[in-house]
Design a protein around this ligand. Structure first.
Ligand code: PLP
Length: 405
């Protein structure tokens, strides 16, 4: 079959593939612990469900405006004002079927063939593949060993005459690191001076621990929304645990929103109306649901840090946000794909290889699930890898004795 050359170069999503593998094992009755999970375990907020159900009950589920329901856009504008201190107009907002589609449309609208887009490692798995899909060139900036935030000089060193944009995700998937205010401020300045777009992927914005709050890139630009090079991407997936509803959005200048709207009109027509109603219900409903989710995840993070403390030879940077961390397992092996496959086979623990995020020798662990899964998962990892841990373990009524990687 003559499949396009470009399509052949794109890797599938490692995280979605792992979800399917975990489900397959569970369906076979295997007691799998899923530390690869990329979504909070809570149910959608009741206000989201009621709002969506009310729309469904009318039976009027038709095409809606391509760039999003006006009432949802109003809710997003309010969210932007409250959380970023920026008042934007409806023409600055476009809603899509998940932040993933928002990012893809955005890159499609910005990138010409061979334009470069800078991505900071460790990075979300989809950025490089999306950049390749729009025929751009991902340029990866890797921080010095032991750090999860590159320096401004390292980013500056990667800029060329072909650089179109820099994608920044903080709090960061997969490391859980929140970039410093100096770094974000410096990036804004650097981008605006050079006419480069700064794409802020804020999807984990409110999932930050210990009273910290990530800085908004808008705080560092004096420019009007029509002139700034800062573009914000956000959505309801992680904030409210509404991954399945598939609603995300972009805040940008009018011209860019118009182009993205044209692209969306020719690809998906509009994001599903029922999901948009749900997103509106979540954004306008009681916000304590977000705080409850954040506190649960923070508690899981504390439990994880406690359990990992006795893991000999594993270096772990304490995550300040998201529901991920990225421990360094290089004392055992540099091959993270082999390591993830070993712990899945031996200990029935799903993890994501660091290689997928541009960090070999690491594994991404998620603590978004139940706290007992966090403790059991770490216990099994220690059993499988750490010679200082007991060599026997019971998984259900199965007695396992350690053998080596
Ligand atoms: N950006 C980052 C950093 C993510 O981790 C994810 C999902 O895992 C997304 C964007 C996409 O989110 P959505 O579910 O809204 O498409």
């Amino acid at each position: 079959m003559s499949i396009s050359q470009l399509a052949r170069t794109i890797s599938d999503s490692a995280t979605l593939k792992l979800n399917e593998e975990a489900q397959r094992l569970r369906d076979k009755g295997e007691p799998v612990i899923h530390l690869g999970i990329g979504e909070p375990k809570n149910k959608a907020p009741i206000t989201a469900i009621l709002s969506s159900a009310a729309r469904l009950q009318t039976g009027e589920v038709k095409y809606v405006p391509t760039d999003g329901l006006p009432s949802l856009k109003r809710a997003i504008i309010r969210y932007t004002e409250e959380n970023y201190g920026r008042l934007v107009a409806p023409a600055n907002v476009i809603v899509s079927a998940g932040a993933k589609q928002s990012l893809f449309n955005l890159l499609f609208a910005l990138v010409d063939p061979q334009d470069e887009v800078i991505v900071l490692a460790p990075y979300w798995v989809s950025y490089p593949e999306m950049i390749k899909l729009v025929r751009g060139v991902p340029v990866i900036v890797t921080p010095e060993d032991g750090s999860f935030q590159p320096t401004l000089a390292e980013v500056e060193g990667a800029i060329s005459s072909s650089t179109k944009a820099i994608i920044v995700n903080s709090p960061n998937n997969p490391s859980g690191v929140v970039y410093t205010a100096e770094f974000v401020g410096g990036l804004v300045e650097m981008c605006e001076e050079r006419g480069i777009y700064l794409i802020m992927d804020d999807i984990y914005q409110k999932l930050v621990f210990d009273g910290k709050f990530p800085v908004s890139a808008y705080a560092y630009t004096r420019r009007d929304i029509e002139d700034t090079h800062v573009i914000v991407v956000n959505g309801v997936s992680k904030l409210y645990g509404m991954t399945g509803f598939r609603i995300g959005w972009v805040i940008a200048n009018r011209e860019l929103v118009e182009v993205m709207t044209t692209i969306q009109s020719q690809t998906t027509s509009c994001p599903p109306a029922i999901s948009q109603a749900a997103a509106e219900g979540a954004l306008t409903g009681v916000q304590s649901v977000v705080e409850n989710l954040r506190l649960n995840i923070q508690n899981n993070r504390d439990v994880l840090m406690h359990e990992m403390r006795s893991f000999t030879d594993v270096r772990l940077t304490k995550p300040d946000g998201t529901f991920y961390c990225l421990p360094d397992f290089r004392a055992y092996t540099r091959n993270s794909v082999e390591l993830a496959s070993f712990v899945l086979k031996k200990a029935l623990v799903v993890t994501v290889p660091g290689k997928e995020f541009g960090m070999e020798g690491h594994l991404r662990l998620s603590y978004a699930g139940a706290v007992k899964d966090v403790t059991e998962g770490i216990k099994r990892l220690k059993w499988a890898l750490d010679p200082c841990s007991p060599s026997e373990i019971y998984i259900g009524d199965r007695r396992l004795v350690r053998d080596w990687l």
